[in-house]
Write a protein that binds this ligand. Structure first.
Ligand SMILES: Cc1cc2nc3c(=O)[nH]c(=O)nc-3n(C[C@H](O)[C@H](O)[C@H](O)COP(=O)(O)O)c2cc1C
Ligand code: SF4
Length: 518
């Protein structure tokens, strides 16, 4: 009898030694004369347990982790292949609290299937959304997406159905679907995880988007820092083409749709949709003024859907189960589920997909388990480098676009980075200005100049030079950047700066030495 053992091929697992663990398992099995099939799956998203090894048993999959190659002989000795007890044994994977408490819709297959097996994909519900879409008119598909309440997961939270409707209504001989896989936000990895762990769901979502809007070509703009995702996506495209999911007639429907991977060179601003389009066209990654909207004049001046990976990967389940099913999850105007990425100084870092509405406190304390250092949580930055720092006093904020905006914050791509009480919020605020200065595309003055002046101002504050004046100047610069910048890089840098100044005023007092010298 052959036993199936799963060892993730996800970059996080590989960085922690998964390839060596897979090799050690194969070696040990062969030395013992055991028949073992090692499947390289996606990650389950419990990064602190990676490399997480799972063994298929009649009672379901049994989890072990984090496994080092040197643990492998001992694991076999303990009866790994039968799910035997061991210090690294966590019991049935699905029963691990972090997984059990999730609502996995977009990530339903991630970590379960072989990412590059189409039969496995179909056996777990893959292609059902595309097959249903093929029975609908384009306008009906767009309406289904609109009714689902799905909002863009890339950061701005714009209704996906509305964007598609604009592209569908545009009159053009050529339209495009562009998937934004630049994933530049700090603490985020949901796009990477799904591209590595369930690439066909993105292909399926893009094919549906193509059929819905009349676009026949698609691009995935994928950052160069993700070589594993680039490799897996390219393999998946080749397999999908061979199976007729991509090509002149998608699954024999008569709709043409094909797509390719384009690799970005690593500028944060190239995640902004108009910079991305410039980069995709081979130009410098500079922000374009809007209007015209990319939906009307996007790639090569043609109507273009630009959507984040998670927005597009959520489409198949919406089409498969229907708009009502998806919309029933969530709160307020934030419908469906959101893959929250928990990172930074946290005990249980990883990806947690849940309906909107969990409070920040639940996410950090109950799910994340508090800090990895064991020290008190001081601040949590939500939404990437342009997101606000939230103190404990705001931990009752529910994960919802409007609730975060009401507290001068944003959800962004749903990455949260935890800091303990050793964090210096003045340094973090300075870093926000510095980041903006380094990553600015330079097109508009408030961002190009404001970010540099902002960093200088906070340097003077740290040195104790006229501290009150510097604080007022920093706030003034923030107002100019917020209201005068062309895009959200300059426009949102004030969020981390002002939240740090507002919620952690004690860190913005000059050092006693400097005060004395004044
Ligand atoms: C500076 C900057 C960086 C951005 N980076 C990303 C990114 O890495 N990935 C992404 O999907 N959206 C990013 N966005 C948002 C995109 O401009 C755009 O709103 C998004 O791709 C639209 O897709 P969605 O509606 O599915 O979210 C960024 C925006 C700005 C201003
Ligand atoms: S805000 Fe910054 S990144 Fe955005 S257009 Fe202006 S200079 Fe470029």
């Amino acid at each position: 009898m052959t036993t199936t053992v799963y060892v993730p091929l996800d970059s996080a697992a590989v960085a922690l030694g998964a390839d060596d663990v897979a090799a050690a398992i194969r070696r040990e099995a062969s030395q013992r004369g055991e028949s073992v099939a090692v499947v390289r799956n996606g990650s389950r998203g419990m990064v602190w347990l990676e490399p997480l090894v799972e063994v298929a048993t009649p009672e379901g999959r049994i989890a072990y982790g984090p496994v080092a190659p040197s643990d492998v002989p001992g694991l076999f000795e303990a009866g790994l292949l039968a799910g035997g007890g061991h210090a690294l044994h966590h019991g049935p994977t699905e029963e691990i609290g972090f997984l059990r408490r999730q609502t996995r819709l977009t990530f339903a297959r991630c970590g379960i299937t072989d990412p590059l097996s189409l039969p496995d994909y179909e056996a777990h519900g893959g292609l059902a959304g595309l097959r249903r879409a093929m029975t609908l008119d384009p306008a009906q598909i767009v309406d289904e997406v609109m009714q689902s309440g799905l909002r863009g997961r890339g950061g701005a939270g714009f209704p996906t159905g509305l964007k598609w409707k604009t592209v569908l209504g545009a009159d053009a001989t050529q339209k495009y679907i562009v998937c934004n896989a630049d994933e530049g936000d700090s603490g985020t990895f949901a796009d990477r995880m799904i591209m590595e762990g369930d690439p066909f769901v993105l292909v399926e979502g893009m094919a549906i988007a193509g059929i819905a809007t009349g676009a026949t070509r698609g691009f995935v703009y994928l950052r160069s820092e993700y070589p594993q995702a680039i490799y897996i996506m390219n393999r998946a495209l080749a397999l999908a083409r061979k199976a007729g999911i991509l090509g002149d007639s998608v699954l024999g429907s008569g709709h043409a749709f094909d797509m390719e991977i384009r690799v970005g060179a690593g500028a944060y601003v190239c995640g902004e949709e108009t910079s991305l389009l410039n980069s995709l066209e081979g130009r410098r990654g500079v922000v374009r003024a809007k209007p015209p909207l990319p939906a009307l004049e996007g790639f090569m001046g043609r109507p273009t859907v630009v959507n984040n990976v998670i927005s597009l990967a959520s489409i198949p389940i919406i089409l498969d189960k229907g708009a009502d099913f998806y919309r029933d999850f969530g709160m307020g105007r934030s419908r469906g589920t959101i893959p929250i990425q928990i990172a930074g100084n946290v005990k249980h870092g990883g990806l947690f997909e849940a309906a909107f509405g969990l409070t920040l406190g639940e996410i950090v304390d109950a799910i994340g388990g508090g800090t990895a250092s064991g020290r008190p949580v001081k601040a949590v930055q939500v939404g990437g480098p342009l997101g606000a720092y939230f103190p404990r006093s705001l931990f009752d904020t529910p994960f919802d676009y409007e609730a975060f905006a009401a507290k001068d914050g944003l959800i962004g791509h749903a990455g949260i980075v935890v800091f303990d009480d050793t964090a210096d919020m003045l340094k973090q605020a300075r870093f926000a200005f510095e980041f903006c200065a380094v990553e600015s595309c330079g097109k508009c003055t408030p961002c190009r100049i404001g970010a540099v002046r902002g960093a200088e101002t906070l340097d003077k504050l740290a040195a104790g030079i006229e501290p009150d004046r510097q604080k007022a100047l920093a706030a003034d610069l923030c107002t100019t950047m917020k209201f005068g910048s062309l895009c959200a890089l300059g426009g949102f840098t004030p969020y981390p700066v002002m939240s740090a100044m507002t919620h952690f005023p004690e860190d913005f007092k000059p050092a006693p030495m400097a005060q004395a010298a004044e």
